[in-house]
Ligand binder design. Structure first.
Ligand code: SF4
Length: 237
């Protein structure tokens, strides 16, 4: 049972290894070239991803959830789509660097449609890419491709938004359930004054009091979360 579970969990990796094995048997030179290419990309990822993870964690800490919902959420409509195009277009680095950031944005309330626009713009209409395209293929070619690509992104992001639901994306298992206060707490005591039945000070930080989940006044808690100056209060039901 455990072996089967392990195989299921690592199925994609196992398929890749088998594919490498088959290629190496059929054509040893091609197998060697595949391993070298993969090694190159793994090395590149190992150099880039730690920086991306740190940047994503900082953005996660600094960007309030309400702002993400306001500017990139479902209700942001045209404004959200426009901002998503700008974020994707001015970004730098390979597309896989966009995935952790998009997971973070989705977790904080960005809509599926805007996530798709960010990823698509990042992949195909980045500004540095457009400049190179204009240089090698001419400005007319670049402008025409840009217009058609933007139209395609708008259409496909709209379709994907209808097909893919928020619940379809993997849940973030690292999210602690219930009411918590994160490391950002600076001990201003605002939450304790706003909702003393739930929060109290312990030393220079606020902590959550023992409470009955069913007795939480959600509206009052939401207001308290909003007044915390550093977004230190997290509530995940
Ligand atoms: S309002 Fe925020 S920063 Fe202030 S004590 Fe409460 S949790 Fe900490």
């Amino acid at each position: 049972m455990t072996v089967l579970k392990k195989i299921k969990e690592n199925l994609f990796f196992i398929i890749i290894v088998i594919a490498y094995g088959v290629v190496a048997i059929v054509s040893p030179s091609m197998g060697l070239a595949s391993v070298k290419n993969s090694g190159y990309y793994i090395k590149e990822m190992l150099m880039i991803m730690p920086v991306i993870f740190v940047l994503t964690a900082l953005l996660d800490l600094w960007m309030p959830k309400e702002k993400i919902m306001q500017f990139l959420g479902k209700d942001a409509k045209m404004k959200g789509a426009l901002l998503a195009f700008v974020i994707g277009s001015i970004s730098a680095g390979p597309i896989y660097a966009a995935f952790p950031m998009c997971v973070m944005l989705h977790k904080k309330g960005a809509s599926i449609r805007n996530i798709i626009i960010i990823l698509s713009s990042w992949a195909v209409i980045k500004v540095p890419m457009l400049l190179n395209e204009a240089k090698f293929l001419g400005p007319k070619f670049m402008a025409l491709r840009w217009v058609l690509t933007v139209l395609a992104i708008i259409i496909f992001s709209w379709i994907a938004d209808k097909v893919v639901k928020d619940e379809d994306l993997p849940k973030d298992e690292s999210v602690t359930k219930g009411l918590t206060i994160n490391q950002a707490c600076m001990g201003c005591t605002v939450c304790v004054k706003a909702y003393p039945e739930l929060f109290e000070m312990k030393g220079k930080k606020a902590i959550v009091k023992k409470h009955d989940e069913s007795e939480i006044d959600e509206e009052r808690l939401q207001k308290t979360i909003e007044v915390c100056p550093v977004d230190a209060i997290e509530y995940n039901k």
